[in-house]
Design a binder for this molecule. Structure first.
Ligand SMILES: Cc1ncc(COP(=O)(O)O)c(C=O)c1O
Length: 400
């Protein structure tokens, strides 16, 4: 028996938004389900729960697309940021918080020696490339997938500057020979290779280490984009788990638990190229998100938030696989790339839409086409309830 849920107010707001906001959304997002039958506007979040504008409550596995590792409206994190706001959070020149924040961030990543702060992941990845180009005196960068919304990582549409084609090359991270080919053709001109762990389907320490070694052989900078994976991957990041020390690392998302903060950390020899480089902006020095980030790092260590997210994610994957098998459905549950970012891919479009619609009706906000984010605010009970609901939903999805 599924709960009846109405999304009338969401539909009304969407109609208003269409009049004033191009595309209506800030997320360039599609509706949750194909027929648009779902919530769009939300007014409150607490822990792992979220409430839509029509008053429906959900257990959320979007978690803001990654930032809320500790859950929505975390009292200790938000109190730290608010306390910082009270003293004026963006003062002229520098603030002691800048030093404290970068020290803590650099301490988090073994092998990192210096760091810089930004507001968003896109800023961090763009800055990392600029630093790498400065450090090497070379122009070309090699990338594999999504690193943000800036020009250099857009598909080659007519609105994207044409010359980028010559300076931003793409490789297939699961096929190391594709990187080899690029290095063979223009080795001496390549400044950096940037890759995010979730872009490798077969993510192993050896695979990532091989990409780094190939990059180093050509004298280029290896950038690991841990915007999604840092802080939520036990113990602390993918590079710590795999024993890697990239030249540069980019982070954001979980670092601020909802407060806008990002960073680039890395080896001194590369980072020093940023010393008199223009990588600054009006709001980079905002200290409230840094105070939040210090609290986040303290809480992750104290409460082992990364372990909780890992364990719950692994339970979800295991349970969903069993449900798919029991119902004879062509579906895969897996970590993308690791258990704290699980996903459940259902091959058949109609079954997928039905399944996710049924889950929504049972109070689970799950993305049908994008990895989910498990937080330390989720509980074993949430996972048990989700799996029970998934079993029921799958019955409906296959009964046709
Ligand atoms: C791997 C990766 N890098 C960079 C970004 C860009 O971060 P932001 O959306 O904060 O600009 C994202 C965002 O999803 C990301 O997943």
């Amino acid at each position: 028996m599924t709960a009846a849920r109405a999304w009338r107010e969401s539909a009304r707001l969407l109609a208003r938004a269409r009049e004033r906001i191009p595309g209506a959304h800030h997320l360039s997002s599609r509706p949750l389900l194909a027929d648009g039958g779902g919530p769009i506007y939300f007014t409150r979040g607490a822990g792992a729960r979220i409430w839509d504008v029509d008053g429906n409550e959900y257990v959320d596995f979007f978690m803001g697309f990654g930032p809320f590792l500790l859950g929505y409206a975390h009292p200790e994190v938000d109190a730290a940021a608010v306390e910082q706001l009270r003293g004026g959070s963006l003062l002229s020149m520098s603030h002691p918080m800048h030093v404290r924040f970068v020290e803590a961030l650099v301490d988090w990543f073994p092998g990192a020696e210096m760091g810089l702060f930004f507001k968003t992941g896109s800023e961090a990845t763009t800055a990392a490339l600029r630093i790498a180009r400065r450090a090497t005196g070379r122009r070309i960068v090699v990338r594999a997938g999504y690193h943000g919304w800036h020009d250099w990582c857009l598909p080659r549409e007519p609105y994207v500057p044409a010359a980028l084609d010559e300076q931003v090359l793409e490789f297939t991270p699961d096929d190391p020979t594709s990187l080899d080919r690029i290095f063979t053709e223009c080795s001496r001109a390549i400044a950096a290779v940037i890759v995010a762990p979730e872009m490798l389907r077969s993510l192993t320490p050896a695979r990532l280490a091989a990409l780094q070694a190939r990059t180093a052989r050509a004298g280029a900078v290896f950038i690991l984009d841990e915007v999604k994976t840092a802080f939520r991957t036990q113990p602390g990041s993918v590079q710590q788990r795999f024993g890697l020390t990239p030249d540069l690392t980019t982070v954001s998302k979980a670092l601020g638990n909802g407060w806008p903060i990002a960073g680039v950390v890395g080896k001194r020899a590369v980072m020093e190229a940023a010393a008199d480089l223009h990588v600054s902006a009006t709001f980079h020095g905002d200290t409230a998100p840094m105070a939040a980030a210090l609290a986040v790092m303290r809480i992750i260590r104290r409460e082992h938030a990364d372990e909780t997210a890992w364990r719950l994610g692994a339970r979800l994957i295991d349970g969903l696989l069993r449900i798919a098998r029991a119902h004879g459905v062509d579906a895969q549950a897996y970590g993308e790339p690791l258990p704290p970012m699980p996903f459940f891919r259902i091959a058949d479009d109609r079954r997928r839409e039905r399944f996710y619609g049924e889950m929504l009706a049972r109070g689970f906000l799950l993305h049908p086409r994008h990895m989910w984010f498990v937080s330390a605010a989720h509980t074993d009970e949430d996972v048990t309830r989700l799996l029970d609901a998934a079993d029921e939903s799958m019955k409906h999805a296959v009964a046709e």
